[in-house]
Design a protein around this ligand. Structure first.
Ligand code: UDP
Length: 241
């Protein structure tokens, strides 16, 4: 793992929606969002430019709706709206601790936030603002992982940090197999060919094609983002080699 604090100038941080619910089984826990905001603030104060993408799984997932008989595309639009709620919650928490932010949504809702405009996002980053990209790619049948990969590519991010509730990529599900092994480094191709649970295939392929390293780590552990950014902490690096 490189000394990331020095190696990276601009990162994309992807947070799964479920980390926003804290110990609850659903929704947004303001105290948890506040502590996540502190981690983002610390990362920003280390000199990084930060793009943020937050999932919506704590509120609604299109696949879950479809499994219960809903039209998939309709359910996916609901999932995308959930990510906007999470983005607004995170914006609120960041601004309460004096971190300037802008939310840009891939589904236009001009009274609530900005639309995604790449060059405008560039200006925000240059001014030291955190840009939160909401609504994924703006289309059904995608996930916020694909949204994160897309924004990481178009914003020329040096790396995509995926903060989730596991501490890396394993050769099998660590929740089901006590002998599961965590990779320190694993290639995009191995992730794709062995269908390892990192991000969906389209997100991995986009990162591979744009040569964006992915760092998977546990964001639920307090202080872990800073540790991982400094090249310490437990994580898995997904890269070409
Ligand atoms: N979604 C979508 N297109 C996108 C991004 C998200 O349709 O570009 C929908 C999809 O239904 C997904 C939901 O929004 O299940 C929430 O996002 P995701 O499951 O990626 O959230 P996470 O697992 O990261 O919490």
């Amino acid at each position: 793992m490189p000394d990331t604090a020095a190696a990276y100038k601009r990162i994309l941080l992807k947070l799964s929606g479920e980390v926003l619910m804290g110990e609850q089984g659903f929704g947004i826990d303001p105290a948890t969002v506040a502590s996540l905001a502190q981690e983002v603030k610390a990362a920003k104060e280390s000199g990084l430019q930060i793009c943020l993408v937050i999932g919506g799984g704590n509120i609604f997932r299109g696949m879950a709706g479809a499994a219960k008989g809903m039209d998939r595309a309709q359910a996916d639009y609901m999932g995308m709206l959930a990510t906007v709620m999470n983005a607004l919650a995170m914006q609120n928490a960041l601004e309460q601790i004096n971190v300037e932010t802008r939310v840009q949504s891939a589904i236009r809702m001009d009274t609530v936030c900005e639309p995604v405009i790449r060059r405008r996002a560039e200006r925000h980053l240059a001014k030291g603002r955190v840009v939160i990209f909401a609504a994924g790619v703006g289309s059904p049948y995608f996930t916020t992982d694909s949204g994160a990969a897309l924004r990481a590519a178009e914003m020329n991010c040096d790396a995509l940090f995926k903060g989730t509730s596991v501490d890396g990529v394993y050769d099998s599900d660590p929740k089901k197999n006590a002998a599961a092994k965590r990779y320190e480094t694993v290639s995009y191709d191995k992730v794709l060919s062995e269908n390892l649970k990192v991000m969906d295939a389209s997100a991995i392929a986009l990162c591979r094609d744009s040569n964006i390293p992915i760092i998977v780590f546990n964001i639920r552990e307090a202080g872990n983002l800073a540790a991982v950014l400094a090249g310490r902490g437990t994580s898995t690096l997904v890269t070409a080699a």
